[in-house]
Design a protein around this ligand. Structure first.
Ligand code: GRF
Length: 187
């Protein structure tokens, strides 16, 4: 499966995918797409010898994916909506990871520390990470898998984010591997 990873920032989830699939016979990370130049995620791609492309024009994304024969897309901290033509062409082949237990604490504007701030303000006793299918709406596609972490009484948004991120780095490669194997079998 030829994988494209969409990023907007630090790319620690991209790194977890790179590390997991470096020698994989199931998944090959073919392309990293960023909506912004000069982000750390693009450096990580370059260091791993993966093509990194800055796509500021949404109309250019589908042709780019097709030119690289991409089979599967993972969003990893990508902050833009995926263009409708890409969703149509890749329905059931686009995954996202969200740093909370969806359907709670998701939707437009819920990203970064704001998610963890909202979890703390709600007094939630646990949080976690969710991998779900991507549809036209932010954070609304069917949930594939979630992993939970406790919320500690003295948590700050930063400390909770760090605990959730650690879980993300296991969960996302696990789910991508499972889905990629399933898609291979359908081929
Ligand atoms: C992660 O918390 C992910 O769940 C969310 O954005 C963050 C990206 O972090 N969608 P990174 O760029 O992978 O470090």
């Amino acid at each position: 499966m030829r994988l494209a990873v969409f990023v907007s920032g630090g790319g620690s989830n991209l790194q977890a995918l790179i590390d997991r699939f470096r020698d994989s016979d199931v998944v090959r990370i073919e392309l990293v797409v960023s909506d912004r130049p000069n982000v750390k995620a693009l450096e990580r791609a370059r260091a791993a010898g993966i093509d990194g492309v800055v796509a500021q024009d949404p109309a250019g994304i589908l042709p780019l994916l097709e030119a690289h024969n991409i089979d599967l897309i993972t969003l990893a901290g990508y902050l833009k909506l995926i263009p409708a033509d890409v969703i149509r062409r890749y329905r059931g082949r686009i995954l996202n990871i969200h740093p909370a237990l969806l359907p709670a604490f998701g939707g437009k504007g819920m990203y970064g520390l704001r998610v963890h701030q909202a979890v703390l303000e709600a007094g939630a006793k646990e949080s976690g990470a969710t991998v779900h299918w991507v549809t036209e709406e932010y954070d609304r596609g069917d949930i594939i898998e979630q992993r939970r972490v406790p919320v500690m009484p003295d948590d700050t948004p930063e400390s909770l984010a760090a605990r959730v991120l650690e879980v993300e780095h296991q969960l996302y490669p696990d789910v991508v591997e499972t889905i990629a194997r399933q898609l291979c079998q359908q081929h």
